[in-house]
Design a protein around this ligand. Structure first.
Ligand SMILES: [Zn+2]
Length: 302
């Protein structure tokens, strides 16, 4: 069974609390692990959550504020200490290359792992693997910030009943898939498209086109909601979202499961985030993130 789940390592914004570490999220997507925005303390949160350095294939940093990136130094050194046997790729805003360099080489250690840097400087595709396409969109924050999205390719599902009805069997099933039709039967008649799953990670930002573009049609959206709606002025001033705004992005984009996170330390009752997300009209699955929880990507409709 392939596993697709979000492992939440930390959920605090600028200031960690007794119950919330700085940011950090590992997305398990089949056999791969993608680490998003490792803030301070991520290495130890990984240990607590049962995530090993070996589980990381890719690192995506939205922007270079400390709560999203200070954990890079420790995580990169740990990847090398553990001699992770596969290459690791890191994405981050190209304008922050000097920050990445400092974090990567902040202290002495022995480099044993191939870490490839693929910085982001425009909207578009960053990587295509057999399992997904990774793309990024610019967000709106005081420092340059990019959100990320994984899109699984659509696949063709053959319909056994329809194949049998047309007398197509054995090697002919492969032939019709390759050739698009067989003995006058079009491929579309005996197959259907299985839509690929989508996951997006949006943080930190005001409401902007990039947030909506990333969220469009996602099975899971992880999005910041630093503030409650009554502090919308603060959110606008500092380039953040409120719970209601984040839920609006999800609702208007047809998101199936919404994960709210990156909470300001000023709030103590997570239930209010849920209430405001629902008040904004979002009716899908909803998780108000807590450190160390796991959230499965919802199973397919079909
Ligand atoms: Zn932040």
């Amino acid at each position: 069974m392939s596993v697709r789940e979000l492992v939440v390592l930390g959920t605090a914004s600028q200031v960690p609390t007794r119950h919330r570490n700085h940011n950090g999220y590992l997305l398990r997507w089949d056999g791969e692990g993608i680490l998003f925005d490792p803030g301070e303390g991520t290495q130890r949160q990984m240990l607590r959550a049962g995530v090993a350095a070996h589980d990381i294939n890719r690192i995506c940093v939205t922007h270079f504020h400390g709560d999203h990136s200070l954990g890079l130094a420790g995580v990169i050194q740990r990847i090398n200490l553990d001699r992770v046997p596969h290459p690791v790729t890191a994405h981050f805003p190209a304008s922050g290359q000097h920050f990445f360099d400092r974090l990567r080489y902040s202290t002495a250690y022995r480099e044993s792992v191939e870490l490839t840097e693929v910085p982001v400087s425009a909207d578009g595709v960053l990587a295509t693997t057999g399992a997904y396409t990774l793309d990024s969109h610019r967000l709106s924050h005081p420092v340059e910030s990019y959100g990320y999205r994984l899109t699984e390719p659509d696949r063709l599902r053959m319909l056994p009943g329809k194949l049998a009805g047309r007398g197509i069997e054995g090697p002919d099933v492969g032939r019709i898939q390759r050739e698009g039709s067989l003995r006058g039967v079009p491929l579309e008649e005996v197959s259907e498209t299985r839509r690929g799953q989508r996951f997006a990670f949006v943080m930190d930002t005001r409401l902007c086109d990039g947030a909506f573009a990333l969220a469009e049609g996602c099975d899971m959206l992880v999005i910041e909601s630093t503030f409650l709606d009554e502090d919308g002025g603060l959110a606008a001033d500092h380039g953040h979202l409120t719970a209601g705004q984040a839920a609006r992005v999800a609702k208007e984009s047809g998101v199936r499961h919404l994960v709210l996170t990156h909470f300001s330390q000023r709030y103590t009752d997570p239930d209010v985030f849920e209430q405001q997300a629902r008040a904004a009209g979002f009716e899908g699955g909803l998780t108000i993130a807590q450190d160390l929880i796991r959230v499965p990507v919802p199973t397919r409709h079909t």
